[in-house]
Design a binder for this molecule. Sequence first.
Ligand code: GAL
Length: 674
Amino acid sequence: MLDQLQLGVCYYPEHWPESIWEDDLARMKACGIRTVRVGEFAWALFEPEEGRFDFSLFDRFLALAEAQGMRVIMGTPTATPPIWLTEKYPEVLNARVDGVPYRHGLRRHYNYNSEKYRELCARIVRQMGDHFGRHPAVVGWQIDNELNCETNEFYSEADHRAFRAYMRERFKTLENLNDKMGGVVWSQIYTDWSQLHLRRPTIHDQYNPHLLLEEKRFFSESAVRFCRMQCEILRPRIGDAFITTNGIFDNLDYERLIGGDLDFLCYDSYPNFALDMYQEPAKQDKYPDRKWSRNLSLTRAHSSSFGIMEQQAGANGWTGRMESPMPRPGQMRLWTMQSVAHGANFISYFRWRNAPCGTEIYWHGLNDYDNLENRRLAELRQVRDDFKKLAEAAQAPYRARVAYVLDYDNEWDAACDRWHGRAHRHSMDGMFRAAQDLHEPMDFLYLNEETTVADLSKYALLIYPHAAILEDSVADKLEAYARGGGQLMFCARTGYKDRWGRCPMRPMGFRAAELCGIRISDYTFVGPHDEPGAAVMDGEALDMPLFNDILDVTRDDARMEATYSANYYAGKPAVVSRAVGAGRIWYYGAALSEASGAAMLKKLGFGEPCGNLLELPDSCELAARGDYLFVLNYARTEAAIRVKVPMPELLSGETMSGERKLPPFGVMVFHSSK
Ligand code: GAL
């Protein structure tokens, strides 16, 4: 499925008269679309009443699709339990934190843990697998729709019960539970398992932080198990068809979700989500849609080959929530190429036509309500033609020498803990922008138990900014990576928590501090009455924003790289590095900003990896798939680029050199080794 560039579309045969299906399919084909996703919300049609199944509408659609040689991805419809189901079995509903259930009328109103819901889901999935599993047109399956979208928190009675069982399994004894969850503080000692709950309403909406972290792990595990249950039912029934799911959402460990159950992940890419419609123009991000490159990189981190199940094809919005403008001419193509540049080979647009009714009448598809020719269709045909020229480029994987390291323990701790969270968000945004400014393609790398030193050693530089939770076993792998010649950078707030989120009595920085030869002798947020955090490195000012770890050098072989130049700790070490084996480990004592991220990248010898071939302005992103260099212009104006060495450009078919102009939202793809 992902071995070559392909176009697809999301289609809802149940939304339109049957008389136009055939014409729709023929027009899709003419636009280059070969694959159609259907069915993911159609439970009320598949099972109109409990235990009575009717697949006739989709049988007729599949027959037409097969006749036209179209391929179909079938969605399991478990994101939208029908009303007969939720009325008869209200325990399947999800609930707010105060226990009030969410009712019928939208979608994803269910919980993952109700035994009844799991039983009814298993039955509809089994029925669909038996019915459609061997259909020649069905090439793949999508599990549910966007697990953990809409809400990623679950507080039904079934969830509280399952949480209790999960915690009992994990901690075995109440004594152990009370120890790990810090029960000694504020009389939170449990004396019976039945007392244990997921979060419930509390003063200030605050809750035991260690239990909160466990809650996130539990939510994730619930979704993983729900997905696995469906995969296990489908696998024996669907032959060679693939299984995927779509989107990336919080409280879900995608490393675990994919592991063994899914063939690959698909992302739903709506770059206009990055636009803040309510922000005054002066404060708007210059190229908001470029932020989506970060999400595509996150997807690639979990699934080295991936697809886009929903690629934005028009303006976004629900009737009562969210709104965004129509993509400007060329922007839909740019966003498609953004996905391709980041490694996606299957691009399926959301949706074929605007919804005729319902919450999403403004979530625009390729066709308008009237079904007449429009500029989005013309742009799609251009993409169809472009794809033919990119066939070879799409064989190569995304290429980066720098990786930004993440892990779910820290991501979730950052989501529960404001101190950690501020630093986490600040650095992720700062470093992403810095890498973009320096045209340095960057991967994200999620550490998990199976990560090997060889996985790490694919990169020349790892940036692991705020691993508040830093277990010694992880530090060992990182040390081995550095010994083998890699460069590794830690930032402020590294290494002061254990995996339960407690702060053990141990010098801060843990192994990171030992490896760098430092002691973190003091630390502080940069407060509103302080001078902005700053240091001097190589005679130049270095931004040290948000939080400052004040360092002491404790080993002779550690090198002081920068000194604080502001506040009561001026003159103290701000950045220290130490050679470890053939590599070097750095400690940068603040959160990363765009400016400091760029300064550190340059200091460590990175930035402009293709500077000998191309000179690009800051409106352009550079992404590399093997030797193919994608240049994407996010500006509404022309971008002047300089091609320093003559190179074939695939979309125009020309060999280019010298000054060239990229049109607004334009794309060029150079073959650098020819
Ligand atoms: C996605 C979802 C689609 C559709 C789209 C537009 O999150 O998977 O079903 O709702 O957004 O809102």
